[in-house]
Design a protein around this ligand. Structure first.
Ligand code: PGA
Length: 251
């Protein structure tokens, strides 16, 4: 069996952060240098900070990613930012299909697929988010929802360098609630099986992150689950100490 892919711990800062937040990024970089971890690290700040964060992080153990992109490379799309522009600003990855965008910007699986393909076109790694709502979980419809999202939003060709899946139960995001280890294992195994279908060579190398209320206190347990190849962290990534505390699960 192929060895597990190198884990990734990525921080999604959402709509948080001003120029002064470069100091927090600096602490993350210093901490990562002082106490190396056996995983990749990434911070996804708001678009306004991409360029300055990328400059600060250049040559450090911390990569910089974006939070969303438009599917087209250029055009009359007021307020939108293309994957090529994100790359130009110094991003090496972009989150697509986060549940907050699926909910508030009505993004469909087809939209998310187009964005993931745009990321690959621009040379960015897409962190593609999927996850069930509380109602779906309670109705026993979790795996059906995950399957629909994967069928509708996975790019046609899988490239493990250009694609990461993040399983984020919507009800676990920002709530302090997390699924049981057994439930995480079930969904991650299901996703892995789907990735391997027709992609025996690359499906095993695509990283599957868990996201939703990951904290230093629960990181080790969640990251220890089979087929969990890292974390997508929201609130706890805003503080260097917490973010590094989570990454320490890989020490
Ligand atoms: P949270 O957010 O860690 O604050 O729950 C996770 C996410 O939305 O990616």
């Amino acid at each position: 069996m192929a060895s597990a892919p190198r884990p990734l711990v990525a921080g999604n800062w959402k709509m948080n952060g001003l120029k002064a937040s470069r100091a927090e990024l600096g602490k993350i970089i210093e901490g990562a240098k002082a106490n190396p971890v056996a995983c990749d690290l990434m911070i996804c700040p708001p678009a306004t900070l991409l360029e300055s964060f990328a400059t600060v992080a250049l040559g450090s153990p911390v990569a910089i990613g974006a939070q969303d992109c438009h599917a087209e490379p250029v055009g009359a799309f007021t307020g939108d930012i293309s994957a090529e522009m994100l790359r130009d600003a110094g991003a090496s990855a972009v989150i697509v299909g986060h549940s907050e965008r699926r909910a508030t910007h009505r993004e469909s699986d087809a939209d998310v697929k187009a964005k993931a393909s745009a990321a690959a076109r621009a040379g960015l790694m897409a962190i593609l988010c999927i996850g069930e709502t509380r109602e779906e979980r309670e109705a026993g419809a979790t795996l059906a929802r995950i399957e629909r999202q994967l069928d509708g939003s996975l790019p046609d060709t899988l490239d493990a360098q250009k694609l990461v899946i993040a399983y984020e139960p919507v009800w676990a995001i920002g709530t302090g609630l997390t699924p049981t280890v057994k439930d995480v294992a079930e969904v991650h195994a299901f996703i892995r099986k789907r990735l391997l279908k027709g992609n025996e060579r690359t499906g095993g190398a695509v990283r599957i992150l868990y996201g939703g209320s990951v904290k230093p206190a629960n990181a080790r347990e969640l990251m220890g689950v089979a087929d969990v190849n890292g974390a997508l962290v929201g609130g706890a990534s805003l503080k260097a100490e917490d973010f590094l505390g989570i990454a320490a699960a890989y020490r």
